[in-house]
Design a protein around this ligand. Structure first.
Ligand SMILES: Nc1nc2c(ncn2[C@@H]2O[C@H](COP(=O)(O)OP(=O)(O)OP(=O)(O)O)[C@@H](O)[C@H]2O)c(=O)[nH]1
Ligand SMILES: [Mg+2]
Length: 108
């Protein structure tokens, strides 16, 4: 797991190192968490639209409206996606625990 701040540039180099030529990554998460901002930081330019979160409740505004495959300067590919509105685990608790054992450990 990596902690990243696109705005402060922290952890971005670690992410960049993972995105080697031949790698395709995808950013997933709620609207406003900074998916497009991270890709812009990796690109070194403001290519994808980004909007501030709503002041009232700090939630995103569903700025990204289409999926987009982006070629990064170092050769990796990354897909920007729309903000997730809902997450429905279809494998139940057991599969989640297996897939996210590190998160379960941290939560405990
Ligand atoms: N403090 C802080 N703010 C960030 C960071 N990354 C993004 N933001 C801010 O969060 C807001 C939303 O960023 P976006 O990149 O548009 O978020 P998104 O996940 O692409 O949102 P959708 O396209 O709506 O799904 C912007 O105001 C960004 O400047 C970060 O690392 N730190
Ligand atoms: Mg976006």
């Amino acid at each position: 797991m990596l902690a990243v701040s696109s705005l402060r540039g922290e952890g971005v180099d670690e992410v960049r190192k993972l995105l080697t030529p031949g790698t395709t990554a995808v950013v997933l998460g709620s609207s406003g968490v900074g998916k497009s901002t991270l890709i812009n930081t990796l690109l070194g330019e403001e290519r994808l639209p980004v909007t501030e979160v709503r002041q009232r409740d700090r939630r995103g505004r569903h700025t990204t409206v289409q999926r987009c495959l982006v070629a990064l300067p170092d050769g990796g590919l990354i897909i920007d996606t729309l903000g997730l509105r809902e997450l429905v685990p279809w494998q139940g608790d057991e599969g989640l625990g297996r897939a996210f054992a590190d998160i379960e450990e941290l939560a405990a």
